[in-house]
Ligand binder design. Structure first.
Ligand SMILES: Cc1cc2nc3c(=O)[nH]c(=O)nc-3n(C[C@H](O)[C@H](O)[C@H](O)COP(=O)(O)O)c2cc1C
Length: 202
């Protein structure tokens, strides 16, 4: 009787483990689909993005890889509607005037980077964080778009006038985030001619 019970428990545990593996597989498929259906969203309903949603976005951004794990980033979260409007007026490319609930500004912090040549890694590091942010927004049913600041000095200075960040902070981009008011078509970017196996000559 004791042995039968023990066997039953072991079987149940094994089934449980298999289920978890299956679920993980399903989740992975879902993740890949989410990743491949992200699009830039530039028009929003004007609804708010909550502090909890914003924290999820920032946690994902900070989960990005970075060279030597330096994490040479800071994020300015703009949730003041007056400031969002000002950004939109000063930087029309940023789409900040289109009803975004929050604008996140991923920045490189030159006081946290590697020394010398490695300093430039901040650009890749903050780009990786930005992509995580965009994908997470999409996974949450929000819309977002990467809009360029760096390397355009004029845009950076306009953003500095409004957001007052110090000289060692370089904003990579402005990312307006909000409830989508448009559903842009997903672009098919799959091009086999962009792939080169083993060496370029083949
Ligand atoms: C470095 C970079 C700079 C960008 N700058 C802008 C921008 O200033 N304004 C804008 O509306 N979109 C900007 N975008 C978004 C691109 O236009 C968009 O990613 C591209 O057209 C592909 O469309 P998709 O994101 O929907 O796949 C930028 C994207 C990147 C990666």
């Amino acid at each position: 009787m004791k042995n039968t019970l023990l066997l039953a428990v072991v079987c149940l545990l094994a089934i449980g483990c298999n289920n978890t593996k299956e679920e993980n597989k399903m989740n992975d498929t879902h993740f890949i689909e989410t990743l491949q259906t992200r699009v830039s969203v530039r028009h929003f309903t004007g609804e708010a993005v909550s502090a909890e949603q914003t924290e999820i976005l920032l946690r994902s951004a900070m989960s990005a890889p970075s060279a030597v794990n330096k994490q040479p980033w800071d994020f300015i979260v703009v949730n003041d509607t007056m400031l969002i409007r000002q950004l939109g007026e000063a930087l029309p490319n940023s789409r900040c005037g289109n009803g975004a609930g929050v604008v996140i500004v991923p920045c490189g912090n030159l006081q946290k980077t590697l020394e010398g040549e490695g300093q430039e890694f901040w650009i890749q590091d903050v780009s990786a964080a930005t992509e995580n942010l965009l994908l997470t927004a999409h996974a949450m049913g929000l819309g977002a778009v990467w809009t360029a600041l760096y390397p355009n000095q004029e845009r950076i200075e306009k953003a500095r006038e409004i957001l007052h960040f110090p000289e060692h902070i370089i904003p990579l981009c402005l990312v307006p985030v909000g409830v989508p008011a448009e559903q842009p078509q997903v672009k098919d970017k799959w091009k086999t001619e962009n792939i080169h196996y083993n060496n370029w000559a083949e």
